[in-house]
Design a protein around this ligand. Structure first.
Ligand SMILES: Nc1ncnc2c1ncn2[C@@H]1O[C@H](COP(=O)(O)OP(=O)(O)OP(=O)(O)O)[C@@H](O)[C@H]1O
Length: 456
């Protein structure tokens, strides 16, 4: 079987709408994390910039620290450099400045790298894999594992795109549905896949010889470890690889569990970390409105819309049902509304967020579960139609901050309005005030003059 068969199969597998309507499933952590991750990937069509500095911990602290400011400095093959520029990259991202020289060094160095979604990790390791392969050798040399089928396809696309001018290098997808015969020898130099299938191909079916692997990439480690099975499979794959194989691990977050796992699969690592920018409430004006029920909340919302000009607003509801109801009511009032709803697929969600970002809709109504982890920075008005709370009914401060907070760089002034319709929600509001040590003022939405004032 040749590579084009694999490509064909992969694109066939990819064509039906990706079914990951997972945000409703609170118990399946992996799927929730994987869906978030996929959404972020689809939404980040350009680099997420941060002003934070990269932290680098070298295995050998005495060796000089290399960093590059241009892709030329990396002495990449012309075909690869062409691919990089063709993707519109002008210069390495912050994380790439340090990660690329480390990954391309001779002898190869192991690396653990952590930075938030959209900072250029995928592009970095794809470039490293493409640089390392020898296309004259017709066997698998680079192995990359991702936590889900969809994430594997997404990374595969980046490999195909970056390797566009380097057609001698072939790629195979080790994902469910891609059935191969036992003992068939894979000729593709790069394999991207999920842990179960990759493990099968290496051990049971023996179509990849793990001893010939020189680069092993473990992507989205934080998502990977959310399933015990994946963690074990990844470790089993890693154990089959030769000692001198370069091991690379990437993660968007770095809690203890990720770190422990990383240390097990990446011996003697260099470590690169890029801190996420902190959000603050300093530039946000916060108010609350007292109402008796959801109809009154809706009236208050309409009054606010009547009094001030709102470029774009995000409105958060607690349940999918309220979100649906509110979107319908707003539409009746003539607003152009986008609704993110729990039963949508990840692709549908990504398309809606994308349209909203482009300004095609002015109001986005969503539940928190739907929009968790997604940044829509340009929104100046956030309405908490329902306040964020955890499963015990206490204030969810972290979510509150994420909804309305701004990073220093996007320090634009914003407005947040919290709708209160019960003792319980007032209680949550008080907890939030206390937590952030910031007073939230009352707003009388029947008084148009007062509303007008808040927009100044
Ligand atoms: N050096 C660069 N210059 C310009 N754009 C870049 C550069 N590196 C990556 N990008 C683009 O920025 C976006 C995010 O990059 P990438 O997917 O590699 O980030 P990531 O950290 O792996 O995030 P995720 O885990 O969400 O995929 C992509 O659209 C990618 O094409």
């Amino acid at each position: 079987r040749n590579a084009s068969n694999f490509m064909l199969l992969a694109s066939k597998l990819a064509s039906p709408i990706i079914h990951l309507s997972l945000f409703t499933c609170h118990s399946c952590l992996l799927e929730d994390k994987a869906a978030q991750s996929l959404l972020n990937k689809m939404i980040h069509t350009s680099l997420v910039n941060t002003t934070n500095q990269v932290e680098v911990l070298q295995r050998d602290p005495n060796s000089p620290l290399y960093s590059v400011k241009t892709f030329e400095e990396l002495r990449l093959k012309d075909k690869l450099l062409k691919g990089v520029y063709d993707m519109g990259f002008n210069r390495p991202s912050k994380i790439q400045e340090n990660a690329l020289p480390m990954m391309l060094a001779e002898p190869p160095q192991n690396l653990i790298a952590q930075s938030q979604s959209g900072t250029g990790k995928t592009a970095a390791f794809v470039l490293a894999m493409l640089s390392h392969v020898d296309p004259t050798n017709k066997w698998t040399q680079c192995l990359c594992i991702a936590p889900t089928y969809e994430l594997a396809l997404q990374t595969g696309k980046v490999i195909e795109q970056m390797g566009k001018f380097y057609p001698e290098v072939k790629l195979a997808y080790a994902i469910r549905g891609n059935k191969l015969d036992r003992g068939a020898k894979l000729q593709e130099q790069i394999v991207i896949g999920t842990p179960g299938t990759v493990l099968d191909w290496c051990s049971k079916l023996k179509i990849i010889n793990p001893k010939k692997i020189s680069v092993f990439v473990l992507d989205e480690a934080d998502v990977m470890i959310a399933t015990q099975g994946h963690q074990d499979q990844s470790i089993r794959i890693q154990r089959m690889l030769p000692k001198e194989c370069q091991m690379l691990l990437f993660s968007a977050t770095f809690e203890d569990s990720v770190w422990k796992f990383a240390e097990r699969v990446v011996p003697d690592p260099n470590i690169i970390k890029l801190k996420r920018e902190e959000e603050t409430l300093d530039t946000i004006k916060q108010y609350y409105v007292l109402c008796s029920d959801k109809e009154e909340k809706f009236t208050a919302l309409c009054n606010i819309y009547g009094a001030i000009t709102i470029a774009q607003a995000m409105i958060f509801c607690h349940t999918r049902r309220t979100a649906g109801w509110l979107a319908a009511e707003l539409t009746k009032e003539g607003h152009v509304v986008a609704l993110l709803s729990g039963e949508m697929t990840v692709e549908q969600r990504a398309a809606i967020i994308e349209r909203f970002r482009e300004g095609k809709e002015k109001v986005l109504v969503t539940t928190n579960v739907c929009s968790r982890g997604i940044d829509v920075e340009q929104v100046s008005v956030v309405i908490n139609f329902d306040l964020p709370m955890d499963k015990d009914g206490n204030a969810d401060n972290e979510t509150y901050l994420h909804r309305i907070g701004r990073t220093g760089r996007f320090g634009k002034r914003g407005l947040a309005v919290n709708m209160i319709d019960s003792k319980h929600s007032m209680n949550i509001l008080n907890q939030i005030e206390e937590h952030f040590n910031k007073k939230i003022n009352k707003l009388d939405t029947d008084d148009l003059d007062e509303i007008e004032k808040i927009s100044n």
